[in-house]
Design a protein around this ligand. Structure first.
Ligand code: FMN
Length: 224
């Protein structure tokens, strides 16, 4: 598989087979991803991987946390999106959500149905492994970008090995509880989660294909 093929093959997988992902395979993925670049070679990333009983313990945290119909709210100073998101970003976000729910036959007024689908995040969509990406909260925008490069490397190295993934910022809404659970140091900040495993290719949800803007919409070429 070429890098370009991996870039195009990686999608957000939201239904997984009940098939274990071995620690050896995960180590192999991370062993490839650690070659990601970072400014000053800071390598400002840490990863926590949970599977089996450890993953179950995390899911139990969510169950304990949630009151009926309630979602965690621990984003703190790092909200998933800026307030009052503006176009074109707002429309893009809206579209991917609507496309997902339409695919699943969950109507616009079916709020319980939408929340139920959203809540599957906290089950890692049935994936056998969950990852959490951690950064030092004293780091600046550059290091956040470098963490993002590392995360994409994880996803691509996984793809190359036939392993499917879904990044999960929603876990950031549990970051205070998870910080205590994993006994993170004072400045360690849990940014994002990731579901990792083998895709259930029969699941309708995994047929979602998102769009991207063509190159000329985001790049300017001064070549003359
Ligand atoms: C950092 C990051 C966090 C994300 N968080 C979530 C999430 O919490 N739940 C979810 O279902 N999808 C999440 N996504 C998936 C995005 O919705 C998805 O990447 C985007 O719509 C493009 O689709 P694709 O990944 O299939 O190409 C996240 C993606 C990224 C990069």
């Amino acid at each position: 598989m070429t890098v370009t093929e991996a870039l195009k093959a990686r999608i957000s997988t939201r239904a997984f087979l009940d098939q274990p992902l071995t620690e050896a395979t995960l180590r192999d993925i991370l062993d490839a991803a650690r070659w990601s670049p970072s400014g000053g070679n800071l390598q400002p990333w840490k990863v926590i991987a949970v599977s089996g009983a450890a993953q179950e313990a995390v899911k139990q945290l969510v169950r304990n946390y949630q009151g009926p119909g309630m979602f965690p709210d621990e984003e703190g100073a790092y909200p998933v999106y800026p307030a009052n998101l503006w176009d074109p970003y707002r429309s893009r976000r809206y579209k991917v959500g609507e496309d997902l729910y339409a695919l699943l036959g969950i109507g616009r007024d079916n709020k319980p149905g939408r929340l139920k689908q959203l809540a599957k995040n906290f089950d890692f969509f049935g994936a056998p492994v969950g990852l959490f990406f951690v950064i030092d909260s004293r780091m600046g925008h550059g290091q956040w970008a470098h963490l993002g490069m590392f995360m994409q490397s994880v996803a691509l190295a996984a793809t190359e090995r036939g392993v499917a993934s879904c990044f999960q910022e929603l876990w950031g809404t549990m970051r205070t509880t998870l910080k205590a659970h994993f006994q993170l140091a004072e400045h360690e900040l849990l940014y994002c989660g990731m579901a990792l495993g083998y895709a259930d290719s029969a699941a309708v949800v995994n047929t979602l294909r998102t769009e991207r803007e063509p190159v000329d919409r985001f790049a300017r070429f001064h070549f003359d």
